[in-house]
Design a protein around this ligand. Structure first.
Ligand SMILES: [Ca+2]
Ligand SMILES: [Ca+2]
Ligand SMILES: [Ca+2]
Length: 464
């Protein structure tokens, strides 16, 4: 199920550095001891956190299980009656970070009991004079998780904050708070849970190893509303823990946005000038039936898509990983005009990227029944080199660079683009159009990492 040859990757990613910043998920966080790995004595609150609770804390201590990541996590049991709150916080200096820089804040929680109680994450940005600039919590942005009694049974949950607009101008600090409160009225509030991996990140824009049984790490899904199309399962997974994503499409399904698709989505990612790293792993099952070689392109496995400007129709993805008969194909489209006229799939500039000269002819052959690791290092630009464009696409397959091209790779649009992964086939549209077999297809995906320009091949590659 996994490739032993990648085990060497583990070493640099599993240093449990403690102190100013930690690397609980394998990359730098701005939180102090966000993984709850550092303890002075194992009781109370982990090092680096401040207790501002007004509620009666019943129990607060270190646990060695359940743990989401690392060796330890924070246990909390609190009586929330009489309007008291449990608040654990830390102030993070963001004065050296550029305004509008994208960020993620998140926390993982494992509820034992939530009686008329809810748990959420809150961010408060302040300027140098202590004036509040912006305030976010996990109910009002991006439909992130809002943990309540209804969320039992016991399993790990995540809550994410990724507000559009990024870090506010003139921000000096951000306060990261984990809060438990009683839901209004009713029986006295009571919460008993474990907390782990509370982070504020500007380098890591997505981290989804499918360690949890829900999609809260993503900003959305685009899928036919059948229960079977997108599944988090553990029969086939990239690393021997946690789960992986199973994406299935069938030609009996209704189309969603011009095709049959079963995709996870991370929106609001990049605009011109942004540089990013994307890593993920794909598994084409051994019963996958290759299509005959022909002029049409096959199902998409991953795609980077624009949000078009007013006056434009929909456009095909500007970058995509495609299954074309028995080969992988990396395809890009671009346009420097502000209004792109789309009259078909090839109406805009189109190019299937070719492997680096000298690589074996079979470098893009699809191997069925094994995992393939992908990394895409992209600087986004719609201008040509002659126009001063700095765009590039570098593609790594199983940690080997196979494609390198310095050319435009997006449309000229105001809004940021987005990333999706999972099967999409525009030809299975409308229902039942697929006359020949197969009438359904399945692929597995795992180990998603998206990082800003501070990423690296190793940082977006699978880790244990
Ligand atoms: Ca931990
Ligand atoms: Ca996984
Ligand atoms: Ca445009």
């Amino acid at each position: 199920m996994f490739r032993m040859k990648h085990v060497f990757m583990l070493t640099p990613l599993f240093i449990s550095t403690l102190g100013h910043a930690d690397v609980g998920l394998g990359y730098q966080s701005l939180s102090n001891n966000g993984g709850f790995e550092s303890w002075s004595d194992g009781i109370g609150l982990a090092n680096g956190w401040t207790n501002e609770s007004t509620a009666q804390i019943v129990s607060l201590h270190k646990v060695t299980g359940p743990v989401y990541q690392g060796n330890y996590a924070q246990f909390l049991e609190v009586n929330l009656s009489n309007g008291g709150l449990a608040i654990f916080s830390q102030e993070i200096d963001v004065s050296n970070l550029q305004a509008t820089k994208a960020f993620n804040a998140f926390v993982y929680t494992y509820p034992y009991e939530l009686i008329n109680a809810r748990v959420f994450l809150k961010l408060t940005f302040k300027d140098a004079n202590g004036n509040q600039l912006a305030n976010y919590h996990t109910t009002n942005f991006g439909s992130r998780y809002y943990l309540t009694s209804a969320d039992n049974p016991q399993e790990w949950r995540s809550q994410w904050l990724r507000p559009n607009g990024g870090i506010p101008a003139n921000a000096k600090t951000v306060k990261l708070s984990l809060i438990a409160e009683q839901v209004t009225g009713g029986t006295p509030g009571y919460a008993k849970l474990v907390i782990d991996e509370a982070h504020f990140h500007t380098t890591q824009l997505l981290n989804s190893k499918f360690g949890i049984l829900n999609f809260t790490e993503w900003t959305g899904k685009e899928v036919f509303p059948s229960a079977s199309s997108l599944q988090i399962q553990d029969l086939i997974r990239r690393v021997p823990r946690g789960h992986a994503l199973k994406s299935t499409i069938a030609d009996s399904e209704l189309e969603v946005s011009e095709g049959v698709r079963a995709e996870v989505k991370r929106s609001e990612l990049a605009q011109k000038g942004d540089e990013q790293w994307f890593g993920f792993s794909t598994y084409v099952p051994s019963d996958w039936v290759f299509e005959p070689v022909g002029p049409t392109w096959g199902p998409l496995v991953a795609q980077w898509h624009s949000i078009t400007d007013p006056g434009e129709g929909s456009l095909p993805p500007s970058l995509a990983l495609v299954i074309k008969h028995s080969k992988w194909s990396v395809e890009k489209r671009w346009d420097n005009k502000q209004i792109t006229v789309n009259t078909g799939n090839t109406s805009v500039n189109y190019q299937a990227l070719q492997p680096i000269v000298g690589l074996p002819a079979n470098i893009l052959d699809i191997e069925k029944g094994v995992w393939t690791d992908w990394a895409f290092h992209v600087k986004w630009d719609w201008r040509s080199v002659a126009e001063g464009g700095q765009g590039f696409v570098r593609v790594y397959k199983n940690q080997q660079k196979i494609i390198e091209i310095n050319e435009p790779n997006m449309y000229n649009n105001i809004a940021k683009n987005y990333f999706k992964a999972g099967l999409y086939d525009y030809r299975w549209n409308p229902v039942g159009m697929q006359s020949a077999a197969p009438h359904s297809r399945t692929i597995f995906l795992d180990e998603f990492h998206i990082m800003d320009e501070n990423g690296s091949l190793i940082a977006v590659s699978p880790s244990n």
